[in-house]
Design a protein around this ligand. Structure first.
Ligand SMILES: OC[C@H]1O[C@H](O[C@H]2O[C@H](CO)[C@@H](O)[C@H](O)[C@H]2O)[C@H](O)[C@@H](O)[C@@H]1O
Length: 569
């Protein structure tokens, strides 16, 4: 288990032990191979190289690599030699996961989306449902027997991957995959995903960003308790709750540990504890090493570079990699300052975790745990209201303490430190029953959402800033649509329900038209145009796609689709 209390717990030699293969070593150590300029095709993706697995042990492979002919001042290896070397010593990326036929998959499960009456929509929904088969995998015997040759981690159960370059399980994606699997009645597969995440918490002390050795320095938005809650709601599986509770307590401690916890004193002098993202890593991300090095080249001096790398990895921990949300100057990527920001959504997820732990403790009869987590939830709710809520705007805003990097001593709250830019995350508290139980508040927030400029023809934009980063305008992401729609829907306010349905219909249509045009479900969409997929960021747009499939199925289950409603834009 990792000791996340320290500043950095994982160095490259540690990574080697944890299966990070030769390519990550080459990339991490900055060896003289310039991949992005001299090697590979136009769609070069550094992640591919850290996903390859070694055919035999590292020392032999390393020796051969060291012996390759070099030229020029930098001792560059030729593209041809490198290609031969890779083909000889590595198996392909993706070979370490094998296709898996989920036992609970049926082409048309009993009771599938009963409210979807329109035949065209129904037949598409069945195609989306069938994608679970394409995305189901299990780790190969090679990974289980020789994990030192792979960056893939040896998960005990079958997995559902997002798709394309994302060949491994991702933490927060799994929540929407599970929501979709529940609509598809695939309860065994949903539980297997949770079992894998519990395995990661048991092994590392927290749920990793993804199931790869190079993700062992950070987590992702903490939604494990929400996954267990949804599965329990459908299956009443008390054993699952019993298995999950210790892992959830451990995860809660992780997010409240020294590196994540920040104390803010409000205008009335009361102290509030909130959490931030903070990756245990201050080097280039192995899966995006060439890109990170190039971005860091602006900084002179090791310590500035290291701080920048930590901000980058922490933004990846947020799931919003990358976004102007994390930049002090929204037009300058190098001003990334993730660890200096208290994010609304992270604290909402932790509040949900606290509520869920209290609920599970009650199910298992652990009264004192229940009471202490009800108290923790109440305290965090107050903190969210005191630090993030902006009454004039009717939104919850990220908070950036005055003095830049968050210091140990408690900071005093100032209104001007709230980030007033419109982000979809400003509305995520609606997802929590504690915030949506007040009808007047819901109406206020709903009005604010409608006038924010975020609601577009094909869904809710991530932000209003077109920065070229993928978690900004004009991209819309399935998880953000889902949390806001579900929040509005469950508020019980009539107008909020109809706004929720309106957004869900726009989202379903854009997914449908995009699917008909391209034959695929996409990772993100362009909310300006119905049927257009999103772009920007550091990799080419991906298809598959776990959370998009999950959200479409969840929306169709909730709202249905009447026979006479057109699916065209
Ligand atoms: O390889 C670059 C980054 O890719 C991941 O982030 C994106 O995809 C994930 C899977 O769908 C998603 O969870 C995340 O929100 C996306 O931004 C990965 O999670 C990053 O850590 C990684 O550096």
């Amino acid at each position: 288990m990792s000791n996340y209390g320290g500043a950095i717990t994982t160095d490259p030699s540690d990574l080697t032990r944890q299966n990070l293969n030769l390519f990550s070593l080459i990339i991490v150590s900055g060896n003289n191979v310039s991949y992005n300029k001299t090697f590979g095709e136009e769609d070069f993706d550094p992640k591919r190289y850290v996903d390859l697995s070694l055919k035999s042990n590292l020392s032999k492979t390393q020796k051969t690599f060291d012996g390759l002919p070099r030229s020029g001042e930098n001792g560059t290896v030729s593209v041809e030699d490198l290609k031969v070397f890779i083909a000889t010593y590595f198996d392909d990326a993706g070979d370490d996961l094998v296709y898996y036929d989920p036992e609970d998959f049926f082409p048309e499960p009993q009771g599938f989306l009963p409210k979807v009456k329109n035949p065209e929509v129904r037949s598409w929904a069945l195609e989306v449902h069938a994608l679970w088969k394409n995305l189901s995998r299990k780790v190969s015997d090679g990974v289980l027997e020789h994990s030192e040759l792979h960056t893939m981690l040896p998960l005990p159960e079958a997995v559902v991957v997002p798709g394309s370059r994302f060949r491994e399980v991702y933490y927060w994606d799994s929540y929407w995959v599970i929501r979709g699997l529940l609509a598809s009645k695939m309860y065994t597969t949903a539980k297997a995903i949770v079992t894998n995440l519990i395995f990661l918490v048991d092994t590392y002390g927290y749920a990793l960003n993804g199931a790869r050795a190079y993700y062992t320095n950070r987590s992702q938005p903490p939604l494990l308790s929400a996954m267990v809650y949804e599965i329990y709601n459908r299956t009443c599986d008390v054993e699952l709750v019993r298995k999950a509770l210790p892992a959830l307590l451990e995860e809660h401690a992780f997010w409240n540990s020294e590196i994540h916890k920040v104390t803010i004193q409000d205008a009335q002098g009361s102290n509030h504890n909130l959490s931030r993202y903070y990756a245990m890593w201050n080097k280039p991300r192995p899966e995006s090493s060439t890109i990170d090095k190039e971005s860091a080249s602006k900084f002179s001096g090791n310590s500035k570079k290291q701080q920048f790398y930590r901000e980058v990895a922490s933004a990846a921990e947020s799931g919003w990699d990358f976004s102007t949300r994390w930049m002090r100057n929204t037009s300058e990527f190098s001003t990334l300052s993730t660890t200096s920001i208290l994010p609304v959504d992270l604290n909402v997820y932790i509040l949900k975790m606290e509520q869920n732990i209290a609920f599970f403790a009650n199910v298992l009869g652990h009264k004192s745990t229940m009471e202490s987590f009800l108290e923790a939830a109440e305290a965090r709710k107050n903190a969210i209201n005191s630090v993030f809520w902006n009454d004039e705007m009717g939104q919850w805003l990220d908070y950036r303490p005055t003095n830049g990097p968050i210091c140990k001593e408690s900071e005093t709250w100032q209104a001007c430190n709230q980030n007033q830019n419109a982000y979809a995350s400003n509305f995520i508290p609606l997802w929590i029953d504690l915030f949506r139980s007040d009808a007047a508040l819901v109406e206020n927030v709903m009005g604010s959402l409608q006038s924010s400029g975020l609601v577009h023809a094909a869904g809710i934009a991530t932000s209003l800033i077109n920065s070229g980063q993928q978690w900004d305008f004009p991209n819309g992401w399935a998880p953000l649509q889902h949390m806001i729609v579900e929040g509005l829907l469950r508020s019980g306010v009539k107008e909020a329900r109809s706004l929720a349905e309106d957004i869900a219909v726009r989202w379903i249509k854009t997914n449908y038209i995009g699917y008909k045009k391209t034959g695929a479900m996409h990772e993100k969409y362009d909310v300006q145009k119905c049927g257009a997929f999103g772009g920007g960021g550091e990799y080419i747009p991906q298809t598959g796609f776990g959370w998009s499939n999950g959200v479409v199925l969840t929306f169709l289950e909730e709202f249905g689709w009447p026979e006479d409603r057109s699916i065209g834009c």
